[in-house]
Write a protein that binds this ligand. Structure first.
Ligand code: SAM
Ligand code: DTB
Ligand code: SF4
Length: 322
């Protein structure tokens, strides 16, 4: 019998164990991709890719010590900290993103969490972006009681808050907050009726077992996240992870495939690190079930492929933007 048919299924309680995800990772590459395509096609148009544009509305000077991040005040990355961006600049960037064909606009702030005053300004941004006819997403760090509700009232569609890595590996990368803190914020977001965007990073020196454990954690969130960004580490000089060994590109594709199989109805986003990828590698990621990208020439502080390059790639692959 082919390994495809023997591939593991979630346990009866519909919980994914890290062992079951590890067994997916261990499948022959072609079998894993075939299985991911089957799942993908059962739930999505296989040729449609959603596009979100990112804007850093508050850059740098963050109190947290996340080992991958250019924006931590604890790392000497040469990044200049900026104040919260004025509303008119945010609206101009959102309008440009819409004109280029993005469907969602995601605003990121380098905070441990927002202060009440900040939150009110961000709520204004959400209202204004929403009025342009874009879906809205923000990523502001940890939320206190009542803050998610305020964001929802402003019309927020998605909140991005990543689990980032396996629970067992989290303390190797971040010490100023715990992964449980992240779960607590995700709970508040869900309770407020906001859709959850939650994923992680590959290539921080974690093992395959850790990657399987991250995917199992994400897949066991109830309900599963609406969007799952899978970031390939962008190694930033001056951060503790500047010298991290890049992950084998096929291992990255496997991670996407495992996310697709375990989270069949979620949008899986091929996220940071795309600028360093060939068109062929990106095509493999789409084949593995990625159906969302960050679109526009900048992520938060690092580069992303130019929109024109993505347009050409979509045309060559016959992909439609949604
Ligand atoms: N401060 C907020 C937080 O931590 O949730 C929001 C911004 S933070 C930059 C959002 C996410 O970007 C992180 O959780 C991480 O997954 C991703 N990220 C940050 N720097 C990265 C890098 N150098 N390479 C890949 N992903 C990165
Ligand atoms: C996510 O998972 N990836 C995005 C978004 N959510 C906010 C951020 C990627 C940041 C990459 C490094 C940088 O540009 O600073
Ligand atoms: Fe701050 Fe977020 Fe960067 Fe961590 S990932 S240092 S919380 S901006």
């Amino acid at each position: 019998m082919s390994a495809v048919l023997q591939a593991p299924q979630p346990a009866a309680a519909k919980k994914w164990t890290k062992e079951a995800v590890e067994a997916l990772f261990a499948l022959p590459f072609n079998d894993l991709l075939f299985r991911a395509q089957q799942v993908h096609r059962a739930h999505f148009d296989a040729n449609a890719v959603q596009r979100s544009t990112l804007l850093s509305v508050k850059t740098g000077g963050c109190s947290e010590d996340c080992g991958y991040c250019s924006q931590s005040a604890r790392h000497k990355t040469g990044l200049e900290a900026e104040k919260l961006m004025p509303l008119d600049q945010v609206v101009a960037a959102a309008r440009a993103a819409k004109d280029k064909g993005a469907s969602r606009f995601c605003m990121g702030a380098a905070w441990r969490g927002p202060k009440q005053r900040d939150l009110e300004e961000v709520a204004e941004m959400i209202r204004a972006v929403k009025a342009l006819g874009l879906e809205t997403c923000v990523t502001l760090g940890m939320l206190k009681d009542g803050q998610a509700q305020q964001l929802r009232e402003a019309g927020l569609d998605y909140y991005n808050h990543n689990l980032d890595t396996a629970p067992e590996f989290y303390g190797n990368v971040i010490t100023t907050h715990s992964q449980q803190d992240r779960h607590d914020t995700l709970h508040k977001v869900r309770e407020a009726g906001i859709k959850v965007c939650c994923g992680g990073i590959v290539g921080m020196g974690e093992s395959r077992r850790d990657r399987a454990s991250l995917i199992a954690e994400l897949a066991n969130l109830e309900p599963q996240p609406d969007s799952v960004p899978i970031n390939n580490l962008v190694a930033i000089p001056g951060t503790p992870l500047a010298g991290a060994e890049p992950v084998d590109p096929f291992e990255f594709v496997r991670t996407i495939a495992c996310a697709r199989i375990t989270m069949p109805r979620s949008f899986v986003r091929l996220s940071a690190g795309r600028q360093q990828m060939s068109d062929e590698l990106q095509a493999l990621c789409f084949l593995a079930g990625a159906n969302s990208i960050f679109y526009g020439d900048k992520l938060l502080t690092t580069g992303n492929p130019e929109a024109d390059r993505d347009e050409r790639l979509f045309a060559r692959l016959g992909l439609q933007a949604i």
